[in-house]
Design a protein around this ligand. Structure first.
Ligand code: ZN
Length: 412
């Protein structure tokens, strides 16, 4: 009976000689199964974990335990004294056990199960509860999975990259995120929003990969442009159209605020309660809003002129070629700088200095916006990460959930 139980566990664990199951103890009170493993006596050789050479055994390391998948609802532990070898080159080392990764307190099978559970869980806390583990242990499994995935990541060519900043934690901290736009996956996350940060995200790719990049979508932040020029000099910089739209929105809103104040504010100003009407798409208005906005739009207000500038620029992105886009921009630019609307003139000048980056869009139609909901996923992780907001944890989560990495351990 005992023999067959030992054999059962030996096969479940996929153990091979010289490992054997020497004892299975069922502790009903503690609801626990303890499986003792043994290195068969007589095997005097083991492989050095550093060089793989078969060398002489030295002794047995102190007893260690690994948590394994539960047996029914019983917590299941593997226990052994792992042999140590003496390698002429590397000294005394503990042999690699086939059921667990280095320095892990969990078996590979349990790690694989935890990864699958995490992938389907809303939060780490929820996964931890289901696994009957503390948060820290689950986090460690995630970290190991991410480094495993990063090590395995291919060196294939990536045509289109996205370089973007994301808010992180309280206040004005940022992280820089590098994405593979075609595959919709995050490649690297680095603290801060600086040229160095952008460079270190790009350095996560090999030099050959960087040379094969055709275009990078980024905002007009100069340090990002410099990082791209330095590390991926062959790549065209494409200014993100959503970022451009945001700048024009902000300029329009500035015109509205200034005018509202100049007209006496409050009920005296026809601009009262109009903020969102100028910024939203008129197609989404209800009949009442539509009527209100029609009157405003056709008025002599400065804000109305600024809105026409904004609205007209939106057509830029629908043009078919660089040539017509260049002509369109020249006309729009002249209109904006002569509009006597300072914020609009300012934004037009800014766009003119970055014109090549805008025109590059017509060769590489990329932007940082909706790559498979990546942005909203990252946003969700940020909120879910409340309470333990160190950068390192945030990076682990983003790469675990958005890196499309091969996270699972190879089971022996
Ligand atoms: Zn060695």
């Amino acid at each position: 009976m005992a023999e067959s139980l030992h054999d059962h566990y030996r096969r479940l664990l996929g153990l091979q000689t010289p490992w054997e199951v020497s004892d299975v103890k069922l502790d009903l009170a503690q609801q626990r199964v303890q499986i003792r493993l043994n290195w068969i006596e007589g095997y005097q050789q083991g492989n050095c974990p550093e060089c793989g050479k078969s060398v002489r055994l030295y002794d047995l390391a102190p007893e260690r335990r690994w948590r394994h998948l539960d047996t029914m609802q019983f917590e299941t532990l593997l226990i052994t004294r792992t042999p140590r070898i003496q390698c002429p080159e590397h000294g005394i080392k503990t042999v690699t056990v086939p059921w667990a990764g280095k320095n892990s307190r969990f078996t590979l099978m349990l790690e694989a199960f935890a990864i699958a559970l995490l992938e389907g869980s809303a939060t780490i806390k929820e996964a931890a509860k289901l696994l009957k583990m503390d948060w820290h242990s689950v986090h460690q499994i995630m970290e190991r999975a991410v480094s495993r995935g990063l090590e395995r990541r291919d060196q294939e060519a990536i045509r289109h990259l996205g370089l973007d900043e994301k808010g992180f934690g309280r206040g004005h901290s940022y992280v820089t995120v590098l994405t593979d736009l075609s595959a919709g996956r995050v490649l690297e996350v680095v603290p801060e929003r600086t040229q160095e940060a952008a460079e270190s995200t790009l350095e996560s790719l090999s030099q050959t990969q960087r040379q094969a990049v055709q275009a990078v979508a980024a905002d007009m932040w100069q340090p990002y442009a410099q990082a791209v020029r330095k590390l991926a000099p062959e790549a065209a910089l494409v200014h993100d159209k959503f970022h451009v739209a945001k700048l024009i929105h902000e300029a329009l809103d500035q015109v509205r605020r200034q005018e509202h104040r100049a007209l006496g504010g409050g009920k005296n100003s026809p601009l009262t309660k109009s903020k969102y009407l100028w910024l939203r798409n008129p197609l989404d208005f209800n009949p009442e809003q539509k009527e209100h906005f029609e009157t405003l739009r056709q008025s002599e207000l400065k804000t109305a002129r600024a809105w026409h500038l904004k609205q007209t620029f939106a057509n830029f992105w629908f043009l078919h070629a660089q040539g017509s886009a260049r002509k369109f921009f020249a006309r729009w630019y002249n209109w904006a700088v002569r509009s006597r609307l300072r914020p609009m003139a300012q934004v037009a000048r800014k766009l003119k200095t970055h014109l090549q980056g805008l025109l590059n869009y017509f060769c590489h139609r990329i932007s940082n916006a909706p790559t498979e909901g990546l942005n909203s996923k990252i946003q969700f992780l940020k909120h879910a990460a409340r309470g333990f907001r160190t950068f390192h944890n945030y990076r682990t989560r983003i790469l675990f959930f958005c890196g499309k990495l091969d996270l699972y351990p190879t089971l022996h």
